[in-house]
Design a protein around this ligand. Structure first.
Ligand code: NAD
Ligand code: DAU
Length: 354
């Protein structure tokens, strides 16, 4: 039995594949990834010649390719991470988000439906389509609102979150109409190793080390609910193993923090672990024009996955962020490798005129 993991060369997908294969008795993995700017073969380099891992460079929207992979590898589950994932990029260019997140998920669902429909007996009963989604589909919370529960209405506000919401609806409909055995998880903001430095936490770490400004959108009081990436991966494993078909599970760390406090925490750790002779890293904090349509607050009510599946995060924010900063300090080569020409173009587009 095999897992087909889409987007397994990205941030969360690669952490998931590495964690999965760290278990010597784990099933083999086929990673399908289009290697966009966010996908990186080097993220999986530590697997070396592990015969349990096969990497396929390709697009989830390529139906013939997906059909061939399903026929060849006969996976017992598809774990679907592949997506365009950055809100700011979705504001600059929403087309790619519709193409991959909506049309790509549709293609994958159709291929999965044909494959699953032809399975028999135990293989058919065991098959799962696990869709990895986000808390952003629920919209933005006011200061006193309770955290997002699975029953919250969908109110996506950005092109990214609207495209993810659309994909969630497709997954739901393929279960309801065709009986496809789906599971959906909606997780809060992840952080940790292998996080592409366009997102807040890795951007702040790499900019601080380079002596560059640490851009804070608006007043910096927007709140996110941060979860260490390996805890997200353990949540996905728990849902894949024991989640009820057709259900959605929210995954979060009960860790709401304002952006400015996140950035100050990172600066404090860098002051401790790699002091800058020029002064405290906080001196680099720079307030810039806000993100259009910026959601004010996200927070996850994770009681369902805790209650039904006994899942709990292993890291607190204090332990997870320390590991994360230490990882970036120890992996300068990975950082410089991902800061290609295309990366520099994005940073110019995004920050030069703010
Ligand atoms: P990422 O941008 O780091 O990685 C996405 C991966 O998908 C890359 O490897 C990319 O090459 C690949 N990809 C993109 N388009 C593809 C296509 N058409 N075909 C095949 N591969 C393609 O994203 P991430 O942060 O690792 O997020 C993974 C998933 O988790 C996404 O679905 C995202 O919506 C969801 N999610 C992310 C977070 C977060 O905080 N990062 C939180 C909750 C949910
Ligand atoms: O909530 C889950 C989502 O978290 C995922 O679905 C997305 O894929 C993921 O990218 C993330 O979205 P955010 O927009 O919350 O993450 P980002 O790291 O881009 O921004 C976090 C917060 O920091 C947000 O309020 C915007 C702010 N920010 C971001 C950047 C890049 C800044 O203030 N300055 C910045 O330079």
């Amino acid at each position: 039995m095999t897992l087909l993991v889409t987007g397994g060369a990205g941030f969360i997908g690669s952490n998931f594949v590495l964690d999965w294969l760290a278990d010597p008795s784990a099933e083999p993995v086929v990673t399908l990834d289009a290697l966009t700017y966010a996908g990186n073969r080097a993220n999986l380099a530590s697997l070396g010649g592990d015969a349990r891992h096969t990497f396929v460079h390709g697009d989830i929207g390529d139906r013939a390719l997906v059909d061939r992979l399903l026929a060849e590898h006969r996976p017992r589950a598809i774990v679907h991470f592949a997506a365009e994932s950055h809100v700011d990029r979705s504001i600059h260019g929403p087309g790619a988000f519709i193409k991959t997140n909506v049309e790509g998920t549709f293609t994958l669902l159709e291929a999965a439906r044909a494959y699953w429909g032809a399975l028999q007996g135990e293989a058919k009963a065991a098959f799962r389509f696990h869709h990895v989604s986000t808390d952003e589909v629920y919209g933005s919370l006011k200061a006193d609102d309770p955290p997002f529960a699975e029953t919250n209405p969908y109110e996506p506000n950005s092109p990214y979150s609207a495209s993810k919401a659309a994909s969630d609806h497709l997954v739901r409909a393929w279960h309801h109409t065709y009986g496809l055995p789906v599971l959906t998880t909606n997780c809060s903001n992840n952080y940790g190793p292998l996080h592409f430095p366009e997102k807040l936490i890795p951007l702040v770490i790499v900019n601080a080390l380079a002596g560059k400004p640490l851009p804070i959108y608006g007043d910096g009081r927007q709140i996110r609910d941060w979860l260490y990436v390996k805890d997200h991966c353990s949540g996905i494993r728990a849902v894949l193993a024991g989640g009820r078909l057709g259900e959605t599970y929210n995954i979060g760390g009960w860790n709401e923090m304002a952006n400015i406090d996140i950035v100050k925490t990172v600066c404090g750790l860098l002051d401790e672990l790699k002091p800058d002779p020029a002064g405290k890293y906080e001196r680099l904090i720079t307030y810039v024009t806000d993100r259009p349509g910026h959601d004010r607050r996200y927070a996850i009510d994770a009681r369902k996955i805790e209650r039904e599946l006994g899942w709990r995060p292993a890291e607190t924010f204090a332990t997870g962020i320390r590991k994360t900063v230490a990882w970036y300090l120890a992996n300068a080569e990975w950082v410089s490798q991902v800061q290609s020409g295309a990366y520099r173009d994005w940073i110019d587009t995004q920050y030069m005129s703010r």
